[in-house]
Design a binder for this molecule. Structure first.
Ligand code: ZN
Length: 466
């Protein structure tokens, strides 16, 4: 018998961490950070709910931190086995982990300054740069469709999940004496029909499917509608003589935005904006995307690429890459007609928070959200329509227009999740993770209506035996 225990992303969207145990083998599917409210951040200083030294291997679905961010802590606590992931994920991982480390250091310093003032014990570092280096050395990159063995009875294949560069659906076949069982873990599933990413791979057989449900309660607008909405929002922001701020995740969202802006510019539907990609990390990540561009959705990319044009070169004629902090600060002097793409995607930190501070009080400006905003984040508060927002200790009036473009999501919507699931024949057992409780409830109801399947929605720490 095998078991899965969800130690994160159980009725919540972040902190993916699922422990698969079979007779004699323990494999972790993802090892991610909880993101969002401060309360969650404190959770990270807590110990793992299992012994990291007892884990034989990790399978990493993709490089996003809510799936990868606790790998250095896992190593710090004694894990020294292989970490399997795709080739592109292995390239993106160091960028993600080193960036997260510097944010972690800043948080730790701030907490310890406070603790010192209050006479409390100082919090020690949960992991170091050396641990990140060890994580990178433990990575065993695999190509999509390349089957590999973790043990002779534990076969694994990674398939394209179409979510971000390198993202994978994990298919695991467990052999037990005279029978075998197949587990499919969706990781984060992408949308169908995007311009940049391939559609998620379809799989026909599994005994048990552990599927994400971030948008289990809603469908996204289709791409044509979304692009048209994006065009109109930008046109109205331009007409009001304002600027457009786009909080964007460095991996995935940013690259799709560059592609869509390029597409609007190519069809001469974009006003005379100056476009800033104000994120050293997103720039670095986009360089990696550019290396893999021909393996991505060739149709979408080729229609834009003239010869050897890439996301960073020639797709957009007025694209400025700002790496140095002083160049980022200089953007504040621009009065109007700047599109500013910066992280973090949920406005929990990073350069976007400075741009929001400088621009959110001015009703000529527009903030355009293009990705999921988790509970407890400033991004979620702004989307929910707060009148004031506190940033850098200052109460700021929210006068800027606030727009949300769900159609740019990197996650499948409700119907796409159901369609993906419907390809499994005969019907598998279904376990839903990576979604807030309401979203997973709605998805579970819809799965029952359409596929007559009773999906399970485990709580954190609950054991699913199969
Ligand atoms: Zn993701």
């Amino acid at each position: 018998m095998a078991t899965i225990t969800c130690y994160g992303a159980a009725q919540e969207v972040t902190g993916s961490c699922h422990l698969l145990r079979t007779a004699g083998t323990s494999v972790l599917l993802d090892c991610g950070l909880h993101q969002g409210s401060r309360a969650r951040r404190h959770l990270e200083s807590e110990a793992f709910d299992f012994n990291p030294a007892s884990i034989d291997a990790v399978i990493l679905s993709h490089a996003h931190l809510d799936h990868s961010g606790r790998l250095p802590a896992l190593v710090h606590e004694g894990f020294d086995g292989p970490i399997y992931c795709t080739l592109a994920t292995a390239q993106l991982l160091p960028i993600m982990l080193f960036d997260a480390y510097s944010l972690y250091q800043n948080d730790l310093k701030r907490i310890n300054r406070k603790n010192q003032r209050q006479g409390k014990a100082l919090v020690s570092e949960g992991y170091s740069i050396d641990d990140i280096q060890t994580v990178l050395k433990l990575c065993r990159p695999k190509a999509y469709h390349q089957e590999f063995s973790i043990t002779p009875t534990f076969q694994t294949t990674l398939l394209d999940a179409g979510h971000i560069l390198g993202s994978a659906i994990t298919r695991i076949t467990l052999k037990e004496r005279d029978r075998q069982k197949t587990l499919v873990y969706s990781g984060d599933l992408g949308k169908q029909g995007t311009l940049l990413m391939n559609d998620p791979a379809l799989i026909n057989e599994a005994d048990i499917v552990m599927m994400e449900g971030t948008y289990g309660d809603r469908n996204h607008r289709d791409l044509t509608d979304t692009l048209s909405q994006f065009k109109h929002i930008l046109a109205s922001a331009y007409e009001r003589n304002g600027n457009a701020l786009l909080p964007a995740f460095a991996v995935g969202r940013t690259q799709e935005l560059l592609l869509y802006l390029g597409k609007l510019q190519q069809s001469q539907e974009l006003d005379d904006w100056t476009i800033f990609l104000d994120s050293p990390m997103a720039i670095e990540v986009t360089h990696v995307y550019d290396q893999w561009l021909t393996t991505l959705d060739c149709e979408g990319v080729q229609s834009l690429s003239d010869g050897d044009a890439t996301l960073l070169k020639n797709f957009i004629s007025s694209l400025h890459l700002t790496i140095e902090p002083e160049h980022s600060m200089a953007i504040n002097k621009i009065k109007n007609h700047a599109i500013i793409i910066a992280g973090s995607g949920m406005c929990t930190g990073g350069r976007i928070t400075h741009h929001i501070k400088h621009r959110i009080w001015d009703r000529r400006n527009t903030i355009i959200f293009v990705g999921y905003q988790a509970q407890g984040t400033p991004g979620r508060a702004i989307v929910n329509g707060v009148q004031n927002i506190k940033l850098f200790g200052e109460e700021l009036q929210v006068n800027a227009s606030v727009e949300t473009l769900g159609g740019f999501s990197a996650h499948a919507g409700q119907q796409e999740l159901i369609d993906w699931l419907s390809h499994f024949k005969p019907s598998p057992r279904v376990v839903l993770v990576h979604g807030e409780a309401d979203a997973l409830d709605a998805l579970s109801n819809k799965i029952w209506q359409e596929l007559q399947l009773q999906a399970e929605v485990p709580a954190r720490g609950q054991v699913v035996a199969f």
